[in-house]
Design a protein around this ligand. Structure first.
Ligand code: CA
Length: 435
C-alpha cells in the first residue's frame, strides 16, 4: 500500500520552542513554519528573511553561523529577490530550514543571532521573487460548475475539464503584494441584450477570487518536460492569491480565447512563501474522483502523488467595508473552505504545464483557480455567493453587496492544523478597492 504521509523531521516537533518568545504559540509563524519572504528594515535595502513570531530574521546576516549548503542558501537569500535561492531546489531549502531552526531553538545561539532579528511591524515587505510568468489554473471543480452554469446554463462543465488541467497564461507585471490598493478597472462590458452595443466604463461587477499560489522552485529546460513523479521537487512552496476579476468585462471578452483584461489589472499575493517542508505534516490524499470520472492520463497519474499530493489547508475570506472600518467593526467572514477542493494536484499542474516542453522558471507563479468547497458557505467568489449578482448578501451592519464597492477591503487568510503538530499559517492577503 502506498504510504500516505510525507516524512517529517526535528523541525516539525510540536514541542519545540524558540527563544524568540513571540513565536511560541504564534498562530501563523511558530518556529515550525519559517516561511520565506523579502523585507526591508527602516535603514536598509530589501533582502530575504524568515518570519518568526512577530519578528523577521535577516538570512544574509546569519549565513556565517551556518554551514555548507545552509550557509550557501542563506547567502543567496541575502539578495533582494529569492529566485536564485528557490532555483537551488528542495535540498537547499531544507538545509536552510534545519540550520535556522537549530539557531532559533538553541538558547546558546541567542546572543549571536539576536542582532539579525527585526520587528516585523517596523519592516516593509516586498514581493518575495521576481515573477517571470504567472499561469492561472481552474482546478476548483465546484467553482467551474458554478461559473459555467452562470455563463453557459446548458453546458456548465466542458468535456475537457476532467482530462486537462485548464489554465491560461496570466499577467505577471500587475501582481502586487498584499496591502496595495486595487484600482477599479474600466473596460468594455457585455451588452444587456444580445446584439446590442457593449458599454464602456468602470466595472460594476468587481469580484475577488479565493486562490492559492504555488511557487515554482527549480525550473526545467525548454523541451524537457517534468515527469509527474518529480514534479514536487520543482515546487518551492505556497502563498495566498486573490485573482481580482471584473465579471462584466469577463462576460464580454472571454470567448474564444479566455480571460484577458477582466483579470490582468491586479492580482494580490500574501508576502510569505510557506515551504513544502513546513507543509509536510499537512499533506493529504487527493480526494477520490467521483464515480464515473475518468482516470487521469498516464503523464498526470502517480500513486504517491494521489496518496499525498493535496494540502490540508483551510482558507477563509473576510470583507471589511469602509463603514465597518470607520465604525471599528471586525471584518465579516464571507466564506471558508479547504484547499482540497482542487480537482488536480499541484504536481499534476507542474507536469501538465511542462508536458509540451514549456520551461518553468524559478519564481513562476501558478494560481490554483478559485477554490469553492461545494458546501454552503464555501463559495470562493462573490459571483457565486450572490448567484451572479441576483441575490445581494446582507452584512451584519445592514449594508448589502452583490459585487465589491469602493472602499471595501477583502482579507484572505489560510492555515494548517493537525493533531500532533504545531499549527502554521500563511499570513494574510488583503487589499482595498479604490475607485
Ligand atoms: Ca482565477
Amino acid at each position: 500500500m502506498t504510504d500516505t504521509t510525507i516524512d517529517t523531521d526535528f523541525t516539525h516537533d510540536p514541542e519545540a520552542k524558540s527563544w524568540v518568545e513571540s513565536a511560541n504559540g504564534h498562530p501563523d509563524f511558530p518556529v515550525q513554519n519559517l516561511p520565506l519572504g523579502v523585507f526591508c528594515p527602516s535603514d536598509g535595502n530589501p533582502r530575504g528573511g524568515m518570519a518568526i513570531g512577530d519578528m523577521i530574521l535577516d538570512l544574509g546576516d546569519i549565513a556565517g553561523l551556518l554551514e555548507l549548503e545552509a550557509a550557501t542558501a542563506a547567502r543567496l537569500a541575502g539578495q533582494s529577490t529569492l529566485n536564485e535561492l528557490l532555483d537551488r531546489g528542495p535540498d537547499s531549502l531544507r538545509a536552510l530550514r534545519q540550520g535556522v531552526f537549530k539557531l532559533l531553538t538553541d538558547e546558546d545561539k541567542k546572543s549571536a543571532v539576536e542582532a539579525a532579528l527585526h520587528k516585523a511591524k517596523d519592516c516593509q515587505l516586498y514581493l518575495p521573487v521576481t515573477v517571470g510568468d504567472y499561469t492561472d489554473f481552474y482546478t476548483g471543480i465546484h467553482h467551474a460548475e458554478n461559473i459555467g452554469s452562470l455563463f453557459r446554463p446548458d453546458n456548465p462543465l466542458l468535456p475537457n475539464y476532467k482530462y486537462v488541467p485548464i489554465g491560461y497564461h496570466g499577467r505577471s507585471s500587475s501582481i502586487r503584494l498584499s496591502g496595495v490598493d486595487v484600482k477599479r478597472p474600466s473596460g468594455q462590458k457585455k451588452p444587456a441584450e444580445e446584439g446590442a452595443e457593449p458599454s464602456f466604463g468602470p466595472s460594476a461587477r468587481l469580484d475577488y477570487e479565493l486562490e492559492m499560489a504555488i511557487w515554482v522552485g527549480r525550473g526545467n529546460a525548454l523541451g524537457h518536460p517534468i515527469p509527474i513523479g518529480e514534479a514536487e521537487e520543482h515546487i518551492a512552496g505556497i502563498s495566498i492569491l486573490n485573482d481580482w476579476s471584473a465579471r462584466d468585462i469577463q462576460a464580454w471578452e472571454y470567448q474564444p480565447l479566455g480571460p484577458f483584461l477582466a483579470k490582468n489589472f491586479h492580482s494580490s499575493i500574501s508576502p510569505w512563501i510557506v515551504t513544502m517542508d513546513a507543509l509536510a505534516p499537512f499533506r493529504t490524499a487527493q480526494p477520490a474522483r467521483p464515480a464515473g470520472d475518468p482516470k487521469p492520463l498516464e503523464y498526470l497519474f502517480d500513486e504517491r502523488d494521489q496518496a499525498t499530493g493535496a494540502f490540508g489547508i483551510t482558507m477563509e475570506v473576510f470583507i471589511a467595508t469602509a463603514k465597518m472600518r470607520e465604525d471599528g467593526e471586525a471584518p465579516h467572514k464571507l466564506s471558508s473552505g479547504p484547499m482540497t477542493a482542487m480537482y488536480w494536484t499541484a504536481a499534476q499542474l507542474i507536469a501538465h504545464h511542462s508536458v509540451g516542453g514549456c520551461n518553468l522558471r524559478s519564481g513562476d507563479l501558478l494560481g490554483t483557480g478559485t477554490l469553492t468547497s461545494g458546501e454552503e458557505g464555501g463559495e470562493g467568489s462573490l459571483i457565486e455567493l450572490t448567484q451572479g449578482g441576483k441575490k445581494a448578501i446582507t452584512l451584519p451592519n445592514g449594508e448589502t453587496r452583490t459585487f465589491l464597492e469602493d472602499g471595501d477591503e477583502v482579507i484572505i487568510t489560510a492555515f494548517a492544523e493537525k493533531d500532533g503538530f504545531a499549527r502554521i499559517g500563511l499570513g494574510e492577503c488583503r487589499a482595498v478597492i479604490n475607485g
